[in-house]
Design a protein around this ligand. Structure first.
Ligand code: 13P
Length: 253
């Protein structure tokens, strides 16, 4: 059975004091989620990771939004895996469409980072998803399959099993125009079949999230799809009351 997962991607939002306030306010909702077998977490900016880790309940996943694949060296502005590990961070989001668009992150670069994380027993959350143009041309599956194959290239099935996938159609991110349940279900089912071709039966154990304008009032519909194991949420994850609404919505399905 794949455990349900709700992850908040805070992107470039919240100062350390704001992030700490959320962490302190999260105790009851994290306990509530865990009691209902839902794993929850947030991905703050680098400068907020330590304070969120210190002040959130221990069951709350705290994820970074990127990492460098090198352990140390002359990489100005970068953050390494040992730096994250020392402050107790063992989840990292990779390949978000915003990083692909604004920072030139490629699937090949994500592959190197995924391998480095797995070698350190950390959990990558690998994002994929197509632009509106690709969607309108009907090429979503071809595009997403390429991102998945390249991002997860050369992994063993046992390694692949540790990776969480997030399908986030770019046209649905921050637009309020969420993909319909049918579209999300269709693409995520296809992603699972693609994983199965590469990694065999472990694909059935891999968690695949939907992301893109997920809100407390629409999350239940995604969760009712068999292949969708949870959500990666931006805007609606920033406020504790809204985050609680997402948990409640997940339980409604
Ligand atoms: P929104 O939920 O704000 O659309 O963002 C989705 C996202 O990009 C999560 O990584």
């Amino acid at each position: 059975m794949r455990q349900k997962l709700l992850l908040g991607n805070w992107k470039m939002n919240k100062t350390p004091s704001e992030a700490k306030a959320f962490a302190l306010a999260s105790k009851d909702m994290v306990e509530y989620a865990v009691a209902h077998h839902i794993q929850v977490g947030v991905a703050p900016s680098f400068v907020c990771l330590a304070t969120v880790k210190e002040n959130a309940p221990k069951d709350c996943i705290v994820a970074a939004q990127n990492v460098n694949e090198h352990d140390h060296g002359a990489y100005t502005g970068e953050v390494s895996i040992p730096m994250l590990k020392e402050i107790g961070i063992d989840w990292v989001i990779l390949g978000h469409s915003e990083r692909r668009a604004y920072n030139g992150e490629t699937s090949e670069a994500c592959n190197a980072k995924i391998k480095a994380l797995l070698a350190n027993h950390m959990t990558p959350v690998y994002c994929c998803g197509e632009s509106l143009d690709v969607f309108e041309k009907g090429e979503t599956k071809k595009f997403v399959a390429e991102q998945i194959r390249t991002g997860l290239a050369d992994l063993t099935p046992e390694e692949a099993k540790q990776v969480v996938i997030a399908y986030e159609p770019i046209w649905a991110i921050g637009t309020g125009k969420s993909a319909s349940k049918e579209i999300a279900e269709d693409t995520i089912g296809f992603i699972r079949r693609t994983l199965r071709e590469s990694f065999g039966a472990v694909a059935m154990d891999m968690r695949i999230l939907y992301g893109g304008s997920v809100k407390p009032n629409n999350i239940a519909s995604y969760m009712s799809a068999e292949d969708i194991d949870g959500a990666l949420v931006g805007g609606a994850s920033l406020d504790p009351a809204s985050f609680q609404g997402l948990i409640d919505g997940m339980l409604q399905k």
